[in-house]
Ligand binder design. Structure first.
Ligand SMILES: NC(=O)C1=CN([C@@H]2O[C@H](COP(=O)(O)OP(=O)(O)OC[C@H]3O[C@@H](n4cnc5c(N)ncnc54)[C@H](O)[C@@H]3O)[C@@H](O)[C@H]2O)[C@H](O)CC1
Ligand SMILES: [K+]
Length: 496
């Protein structure tokens, strides 16, 4: 594959259907895709489960059609198979009807009774076509799967999980394995879909690469293949690695100190903290490599803005939400400097988000967690829209790169590009880790990375550092874990 990011592409439900259609136009008919899909599921299933009684649960559409192929191929391989169908067999159409006719066994009505004596279930009820919460006998059967603790192999998606959002429309089964086709969907990587799907296999079912590449292509699973971290130029010096500025709090200095340490660890050549003179010792004493600048009155801010070497700013950590901070944010935004806004810098605009968005000029990154996001974008509810669409809409509206932080962080740019991050560990839900992330973004901006790439890289490095430390991690560990993560990325230093 020439473009390494191609394998990391995620396809939405609509893009997946368009790729299907493009495949048919290219001479690969849907019936062959369905046969191949069923075969790929059987291969993945038989590689993981010993032969035994299996219940294949089929829905009224092509997900069900895949189920008929799976049932036939398992029976041909000697597996004892029972097949249950939701709805009238005569109502099946197109490829699904064809596969129904190719199934030699009985078609039983879908019911929990099908699970009697089964050691495994294949969930071919709903996939990309799910449009509303599960109900009736479909919901009953999925509930019975849970009660019986039967291993479940899902076709394309666990039924009940929406492909584009990962949200559960009703109770989805806890699956041991999900086999999807051509590319993963956002719902395979966003919660709860990511937790419900079990192991994910992305199978090639013969959709031509050109049909996949022809899709929108601005959504990826976050990965180092998508961005290039800056490396110091041997002929350079510390000034060529940027001079990052943290506008630190006058009371809660811990947040600013964490962000400062993170920005330096990720490679910023110089790091200054601007804070009230009364707390300078707290910043300088903590990290001898940190320079401190006074920030007590408006004149101090103007003085900082005239220093063109300060080429990336972070406001928010421990800043104390309110008019003063909001005023400083607007002044820095008006200067067009690359800026990261976190925590209190976001909360300060909860009453007037538009005043923040209108002020965005240059490269800007907003790093809200769910609560801060809800205050800035109250109408963009991720629980309704899904995290991907909500974050993309927020980026478009604010004109900034937005990362909606969580276990399944989403980074979106105003131009529609987005990544879903997949390497976090739950232990990152701990005080101060957000300050570290903001520092990582700041340090990469200071080195000249563009805001979307810098934020994707920072989120990934943050997850990798959390993974490297593991259980028991505290925020202070993350910057210290970064050299090991970077060594792993770059390999051992070049001996020459
Ligand atoms: N390129 C590929 O990815 C291929 C995918 N295949 C399979 O096709 C399905 C999508 O099939 P589709 O017929 O569009 O939808 P579903 O089978 O998922 O849903 C069937 C049907 O059910 C109705 N429906 C939706 N929600 C509900 C509900 N809660 N209760 C009852 N009925 C509901 C709605 O009308 C749907 O149309 C994909 O997942 C793959 O498994 C191809 O087989 C191979 C190529
Ligand atoms: K399914």
């Amino acid at each position: 594959m020439s473009d390494p990011s191609a394998a990391l592409r995620l396809l939405t439900v609509a893009e997946s259907a368009a790729a299907d259609h493009a495949a048919a136009v290219a001479g690969v008919p849907g019936i062959r895709l369905m046969e191949n899909a069923g075969q790929r599921v059987v291969e993945a299933l038989t590689a993981r489960f010993a032969r035994g009684p299996v219940a294949v649960l089929c829905g009224p559409g092509n997900n069900g059609g895949d189920g008929f192929v799976i049932a036939r191929r398992l029976a041909e391989a000697g597996w004892p198979v029972r097949l249950g169908l939701l709805g009238d067999p005569a109502a099946l159409t197109g490829d699904a009807a064809h596969m129904r006719d190719a199934w030699a066994g009985p078609v039983e009505p879908l019911s929990p009774a099908l699970l009697e004596g089964a050691g495994l279930a294949v969930d071919a009820l709903f996939g990309a076509g799910l449009t509303r919460p599960l109900e009736g006998v479909a919901a009953e059967v999925i509930a019975a799967l849970g009660q019986r603790r039967l291993p479940v192999v899902a076709v394309d998606l666990p039924s009940g999980i929406a492909g584009d959002t990962g949200l559960a429309l009703g109770e989805a089964p806890d699956c041991a394995l999900t086999v999807t086709f051509a590319r993963a969907k956002p719902g395979h990587w966003l919660l709860p879909g990511r937790l419900k799907r079990g192991e994910l296999v992305v199978a090639d079912i013969g959709i031509p690469e050109a049909a996949v590449a022809a899709q929108d292509g601005r959504l990826w699973l976050n990965d180092p293949a998508l961005w290039t971290l800056p490396r110091p130029d041997p002929a350079g010096h510390k000034y060529s690695r940027g001079h990052a500025l943290v506008v630190g709090g006058g009371r809660l200095t811990g947040a600013g100190r964490l962000a400062a340490r993170a920005a330096r660890r990720v490679g910023a050549g110089l790091l200054s903290v601007a804070a009230p003179a009364a707390v300078h010792a707290l910043y300088a004493g903590d990290q001898p490599g940190v320079m401190v600048r006074p920030l007590d009155g408006p004149g101090d801010l103007d003085a900082l803005l005239t220093d063109s070497r300060l080429n990336a700013w972070l406001l928010g950590p421990g800043g104390g939400a309110g008019e003063v901070l909001a005023g400083r944010v607007l002044t820095v935004l008006a200067s067009g400097r690359p800026v990261v806004l976190d925590a209190d810098a976001l909360t300060s605009f909860a009453e007037a988000p538009q005043s923040l968005f209108r002020a965005v000029r240059g490269p800007a990154v907003l790093t809200p967690h769910g609560g801060e996001f809800a205050r800035l974008f109250p109408d963009l509810d991720p629980a309704r829209l899904g995290r991907l669409e909500a974050t993309r809409a927020a980026a478009r509206r604010s004109g900034a790169v937005v990362v909606l932080k969580a276990f399944d962080s989403v980074v979106a740019a105003p131009d529609g590009r987005a990544v879903i991050n997949a390497n976090a560990v739950p232990d990152l839900a701990s005080a101060g880790t957000g300050d570290v992330l903001a520092g990582f973004v700041l340090g990469l901006l200071a080195q000249g990375m563009a805001p979307f790439e810098a934020t994707c890289a920072a989120v990934w490095l943050h997850g990798a550092a959390g993974r490297a430390v593991g259980p028991g991690l505290i925020a202070e560990d993350l910057p210290e874990a970064l050299p090991g993560v970077l060594r792993h990325l770059f390999g051992a230093p070049d001996p020459r």
